[in-house]
Ligand binder design. Structure first.
Ligand SMILES: NC(=O)c1ccc[n+]([C@@H]2O[C@H](COP(=O)([O-])OP(=O)(O)OC[C@H]3O[C@@H](n4cnc5c(N)ncnc54)[C@H](O)[C@@H]3O)[C@@H](O)[C@H]2O)c1
Length: 256
């Protein structure tokens, strides 16, 4: 993977967890990175640390005008856009019979519409400038349902299909679009559950590798998918889950 030097990448959700690990890996191989996130304090800190190689863009990925501004600022600052990693995501869980419309909309807007808007504007630029490569972060839950996760699992399944549809439409412009589907990754998103011993044990019973991934273990697969080594990989879903998909999700209903 030697084609990153001087390349320009956008990472949404790059101020924490998986996105942050992707940002660090991109910088370590010589890329310039525009980090899009709601967390303005962390963005400022990252900009200070990596002056000249990183810009922080306060962005709400559910707002189209924010995404347009993000792409424009990236191109103005670094002179182009080669790769994009659409990572931002979170959820408000709830049983289907109880979940409010508001919580459903929060989750689906962030996890699915946010990726649509990101791909739309990233690809618009790439289409006019010789192509590029995009990775969307879906989830094991695109394939495996979880109690109280109907909105999240549905949105992540949507991200997987959106990725395939984007690959179909954008291949003619030399743009590849792939997805990674993480299993359990140790980040602030999951610590609320995994810090509860009984829940963590239930996860570990199902994960053949008997541990959560470190966020850095998502960065290699994500960078591989945009790299020239993956030049014929397009519309693919790469499970990065320590073989969790082969056993299924634990029954979380007994803990709620
Ligand atoms: N951690 C896991 O086990 C796991 C598993 C499968 C999939 N994922 C997916 O990976 C992605 C990253 O998760 P993570 O675990 O690193 O979470 P995280 O909470 O550590 O990081 C998410 C980042 O997204 C940002 N964000 C939230 N809403 C935003 C918005 N509207 N606009 C811009 N930025 C926003 C947050 O500020 C945060 O910096 C998510 O899409 C998540 O669904 C995570």
């Amino acid at each position: 993977m030697n084609n990153f030097n001087g390349k320009v990448a956008i990472v949404t959700g790059g101020a924490s967890g998986i996105g942050f690990a992707i940002v660090e890996r991109l910088l370590s191989v010589g890329a310039k990175v525009a980090v899009a996130d709601l967390n303005s304090d962390k963005l400022k800190e990252m900009e200070e640390t990596h002056k000249g190689n990183l810009i922080g863009c306060v962005t709400n990925v559910t707002k189209e005008t924010d995404i347009e501004a993000l792409v424009n600022k990236t191109v103005e600052t670094f002179g182009g856009l080669d790769y994009a990693f659409n990572v931002a995501g979170a959820s408000k869980p709830g049983a289907i019979v109880d979940q409010s419309e508001e919580d459903w909309d929060f989750t689906v807007d962030l996890c699915l519409k946010g990726v649509f808007l990101s791909v739309k504007h990233e690809a618009r630029y790439m289409k006019e400038h010789g192509g590029g490569a995009i990775v969307n972060v879906s989830s094991l839950n695109a394939h495996v349902p979880m109690f109280y996760g109907a909105a999240y699992s549905s949105a992540k399944a949507g991200v997987e299909m959106l990725t395939k549809n984007a690959a179909l439409e954008l291949a003619q412009y030399n743009i590849r679009v792939n997805a990674i589907l993480p299993g359990l990754v140790a980040t602030p998103l999951t610590s609320g559950l995994t810090n509860i011993e009984a829940i963590n044990e239930a996860y570990m019973e199902r994960i053949p590798m008997k541990r959560a991934a470190d966020p850095a273990e998502m960065a290699g697969p994500a960078l591989f998918l945009v790299s020239d080594d993956a030049s014929y990989v397009n519309g693919a879903s790469l499970l990065v889950d320590g073989a969790w998909a082969v056993t299924g999700y634990p029954d979380l209903s007994k803990f709620m």
